[in-house]
Each structure stands twice: as structure tokens, then as C-alpha cells.
Design a protein around this ligand. Structure first.
Ligand code: FAD
Length: 484
């Protein structure tokens, strides 16, 4: 006999598996694969009609220390340096044990995606904002689909994994431990086409349900200014019900109000759009961001996401990111016509000024000043890290987009230990409950650096999958004694 979190008595066991995984993004697929490889029967569910969550529409970027690409380019990097970069961006709210575990496995994680699923990455590394060195690898099409599709194809042929779409996690099924009186997770209640089923999980449940950026009521409670008027880059299924049910069974939340805005999104397109592909590859590293009111720069274009988003919001109106035709060649989306009409081309500085109501004389001075910084190799005004191949903005056409931040990532979530066990408010791991990916908190602290979420989801997804497979509910509690 068991009870669900509404305290209803559950009589009928309709299904029995070793592990249930909730969510079919990077974290869920990595977890399901690892558990299945260890011979466990896995039920993988997702409430949406199509698998992949935010992961499938992600930009395919993943940070790693010690890649052969870094070695080839002579880039000196270390676990400590990446950790420091993440702590700086996260204002030291990051949980160091999670950071260390993830970063020390970063190149191995990328290698795993290559060897297990045949995923390919481009030769070139990207220098992303807030990272002190180039360490970001990109998949061939700059898309999370490059990772999700091969994972799905392989998992589909594993006889012991069943992927069920349009199947929603509703509640936990709990069991009381006779010895210590603590609630343990015995399974989950799911719904599919209006029919409810109980799934009893002999090994455990893995939460991989992503963040809640698209859940306006929930995110507005955490950050009142992120209400209806703030757009989001996320898919509509990025909602908070899994976190809410976890809170009902006394899972410990961490930093839920740390919600990230993306500084590279445009108000002229919906969702994530294509502007970020222009800005991340070209506009930010090889161009400038200008306040149209003053026709001047106002922020380090390669600062971390928080600094840039806040600086833009302070302007109270959209700003303009611009580079010349040489800089635009670095756009992650090579076919610039795909970015029209959000992306605009201009044959003179006067045309740029006219488009955005800027002062052409001041704009020319701004560009001249930036070009002088590039020539010197030092940005005295904003401390931007100028790449060796950065060049003055001189070649027309110039290209520009308007920018206004959108809600992008939830740094906060459920507290896990470094074995991906979900922690109870009283400081012990909830038996039979694991979590990985954006549903968890602590890795990114106050703000996430670009390309670190893919790594987080896959690294901890793998840990959760391996640990659920080897977990013995009867014997084991804390797989790892460090509870932070
Ligand atoms: C547009 C975009 C681009 C990005 N690009 C990058 C990038 O290049 N590099 C990087 O590091 N990060 C990037 N990120 C962030 C990163 O993609 C996400 O943090 C990551 O994909 C989250 O993966 P996940 O597995 O935790 O969750 P998701 O991939 O979001 O998957 C969660 C799944 O759980 C399902 N689910 C939720 N609730 C339930 C429920 N009750 N029952 C059943 N199923 C449920 C959802 O439907 C969803 O399919 C990007 C994010 C976005 C939105």
C-alpha cells in the first residue's frame, strides 16, 4: 500500500520498471541511456508531443577544458580557470562540489557524445562571454538537434527503454521507511490522454524536466518583474510542476529566483530566433553594441550575460548590435538572408544612423574609437577581450540587429548532491529520487555562462543514470556524504 502526494491511497500497480526518467532533453536521454546500458528497464516520459525539450532547440554549444581543439590552438586552460569563470559569473553562489565534478569531466563528457552517438563538432572554438579563454565546442549545425537526434535513434533500439510522449508526470508515489519513518519515492503517477497510471520504480525516479522559464505565474513569484510582458526563449513545456511536486515531498529548493535573461535576443522575432546566432559568433566578438539614444557603446560586448542584459534593460529601450561585413562572416548562421528582416544591412554609417535615429557624427566617433582599440589590442573603455583576428569595422555593408533580453535559463532548481541525489530539506538524500539538468540548482549560481548548460545536463544526466541503476533502495541512503 502506498500514498501519493495528495495523500490518496494507491491500490493498483499498473506498471513496474527499474527506473522512470521524466523529460527527454539532454539530461533525460543521457540518464536513460546510462541506466539502460547497465541493463535496467527504463520508462522515459515526456508530456510534449515531440521529444527534446529545450535541448533540441539549443544552439549546440558545449564548454570543455582540455579538448584537442584547445591543444591545437595552444590555449592554456584548466579546471580551476573554468571554475573561477563560473564562480565569477555566478557571484560565488555556485556549489563548488557540483562545479568540480562537472568541469573535471567536461572533455570526457564531450568525448562520450562522440564515441557513443557519433556526434561531430566543428574544429573551431568559440570565445563566449564571461569565459576567459575559448573553450566552447559547437556541433556541426549549431543545434542541440545534432546531439538529441543521434541519442534518440540509439535509445529507440534499446529493448529495455520505452519512450512515451504526451505522458505527464503528475505526482510521486511514496513509501514510508519502517526503520526511520522517512518518505521514500516508490514510483510516480503519470497521465496519458486522460488516463492515469501508477508506475512503480524498483530502483528510482530521475527528474530531468528542465527549467521553468515559460511558467509565467511561477517565475513571476520568484522575480516579479519577469511577468507577461517579458518574452522567453524557451519551449512552452518549460514549466514548474515537477519542482512544485518535489517541494510537496520536502525536496530542498536552491536559488529559485536566479533566472537568466539572454542578452542576444531580438524583440523583432519570437522565441530564441536567429539574432543570437549572429550576435554570439559575429556581433559581440567582432562588433559593438550601441545605445541608439546616445550613439555610443555602453557595455563590454563579451561581459557575462547578467552584466550585458542588465546594461541593456537599464536603457529602457532596445539597443543595436552591429558589425561590418568581415565581422559578419563569423556569424554562426552563415546564410545571413535567413536572418532578414531582423538583420539589416547598411551601406554607410549614415544609413545605420538613419535606421535607428542615431546621431551620425557621434556614431562615426564611436566606431573610430572602437577601431582604435582594436588596432591597439586593448579596449580601454569597457575591457572587452579582443580576439587576435578582431579587425576594425570598415567594410560595408555593415549589419545590425535590435536587441532586448528574454527569459532564458533557470539557474535555480532542486538541490542535489554530487551523486545527483535530490536532497531533503532536513539535509539527507530522498531515497529513490535523482535529478539532473536545468531542473536542478547550484551549478551555475547567480548566472550561467554560455555553453555550460549542455555540459551540466549531460554530465549529471549520466551520473544520475548510472547511480539509479546501481542504487539499492533497501541498503543505500546517501551515496555521497557531502550534502551541499
Ligand atoms: C533556445 C535555447 C538555446 C540554448 N542554447 C544553449 C547552448 O548552446 N549551450 C548551452 O549550454 N545551453 C544552451 N541552452 C540551455 C540548455 O539548452 C538547457 O538548459 C537544456 O537544454 C536543458 O536540458 P534539460 O534536459 O534539463 O531539459 P529540457 O531539454 O528542457 O527537457 C525537459 C523535458 O521535460 C519535459 N517535462 C517537463 N515537465 C514534465 C512533466 N510534468 N511530465 C513529463 N515531461 C515533462 C519537457 O516537456 C521537456 O521536453 C539553450 C536554451 C535555449 C532555450
Amino acid at each position: 500500500m502506498s500514498t501519493n502526494t495528495n495523500n490518496e491511497t494507491m491500490q493498483t500497480v499498473t506498471r513496474r520498471v527499474d527506473a522512470a526518467v521524466i523529460g527527454s532533453g539532454f539530461a533525460g536521454l543521457s540518464a536513460a541511456y546510462e541506466a539502460a546500458k547497465l541493463g535496467k528497464r527504463v520508462l522515459l516520459i515526456d508530456k510534449m508531443p515531440n521529444p527534446g525539450g529545450n535541448s533540441v532547440m539549443n544552439a549546440g554549444q558545449i564548454a570543455a577544458v582540455g579538448s584537442p581543439n584547445q591543444e591545437k590552438a595552444g590555449i592554456k586552460d584548466s579546471v580551476e580557470l573554468m571554475k573561477q569563470d563560473m564562480l565569477d559569473a555566478g557571484v560565488s553562489l555556485n556549489h563548488p562540489n557540483l562545479l568540480e565534478k562537472m568541469i573535471s569531466q567536461s572533455w570526457d563528457t564531450v568525448k562520450w557524445t562522440m564515441t557513443e552517438f557519433g556526434i561531430q563538432y566543428r574544429d573551431r572554438l568559440t570565445q563566449m562571454g564571461g569565459h576567459s579563454v575559448p573553450r566552447t565546442l559547437s556541433t556541426m549545425n549549431h543545434s542541440g538537434r545534432d546531439i538529441i537526434d543521434p541519442m534518440l535513434s540509439k535509445i529507440q533500439y534499446m529493448p529495455n527503454v520505452k519512450l512515451e510522449m504526451k505522458t505527464k508526470f503528475e505526482r510521486f508515489i511514496l513509501e514510508k521507511n519502517d526503520e526511520n519513518g522517512q518518505d521514500e519515492v516508490a514510483g510516480i503517477e503519470v497521465s496519458h490522454n486522460g488516463v492515469t497510471q501508477d508506475v512503480i520504480c524498483d530502483k528510482g525516479v530521475i527528474l530531468a524536466s528542465g527549467g521553468f522559464s515559460a511558467d509565467i505565474p511561477f517565475r513571476k513569484i520568484q522575480v516579479p518583474t519577469f511577468g507577461e510582458k517579458v518574452m522567453s526563449t524557451n519551449q512552452p513545456g518549460a514549466t514548474a510542476e515537477v519542482i512544485k511536486e518535489s517541494l510537496k515531498i520536502s525536496a530542498l529548493p536552491v536559488q529559485l529566483s536566479h533566472i537568466q535573461l539572454g542578452p542576444w535576443t531580438s524583440p523583432d522575432e519570437s522565441g530564441f530566433g536567429l539574432a543570437p546566432f549572429f550576435c554570439i559568433g559575429a556581433g559581440f566578438p567582432y562588433g559593438i553594441i550601441i545605445d541608439p539614444d546616445t550613439s555610443t557603446r555602453f557595455v563590454n560586448e563579451l561581459g557575462n550575460r547578467y552584466e550585458r542584459s542588465m546594461a541593456i534593460l537599464k536603457m529602457c529601450h532596445p539597443v543595436v548590435c552591429m558589425t561590418d561585413s568581415e565581422g559578419a562572416k563569423h556569424s554562426l548562421e552563415k546564410d545571413l538572408t535567413k536572418l532578414e528582416p531582423t538583420l539589416k544591412a547598411h551601406n554607410s554609417i549614415e544609413e545605420v544612423a538613419e535606421e535607428y535615429g542615431m546621431d551620425p557624427i557621434v556614431l562615426r566617433e564611436t566606431i573610430d574609437k572602437y577601431n582604435a582599440s582594436v588596432a591597439m589590442g586593448e579596449d580601454e573603455d569597457f575591457g572587452k577581450l579582443l580576439r587576435e583576428d578582431a579587425a576594425p569595422l570598415v567594410k560595408f555593408p555593415f549589419y545590425s540587429v535590435r536587441l532586448w533580453p528574454k527569459v532564458h535559463h533557470c539557474m535555480g532548481g532542486l538541490h542535489i548532491n554530487s551523486d545527483a541525489q535530490v536532497m531533503h530539506v532536513d539535509g539527507y538524500p530522498i531515497k529513490g529520487l535523482f535529478a539532473a539538468g536545468e531542473v536542478t540548482g547550484g551549478v551555475h549560481g547567480g548566472d550561467r555562462l554560455g555553453s555550460c548548460a549542455t555540459l551540466d545536463c549531460i554530465a549529471f544526466g549520466r551520473i544520475a543514470g548510472k547511480n539509479v541503476a546501481t542504487f539499492n533502495k533497501k541498503k543505500e541512503g546517501d551515496l555521497h556524504n557531502v550534502a551541499t
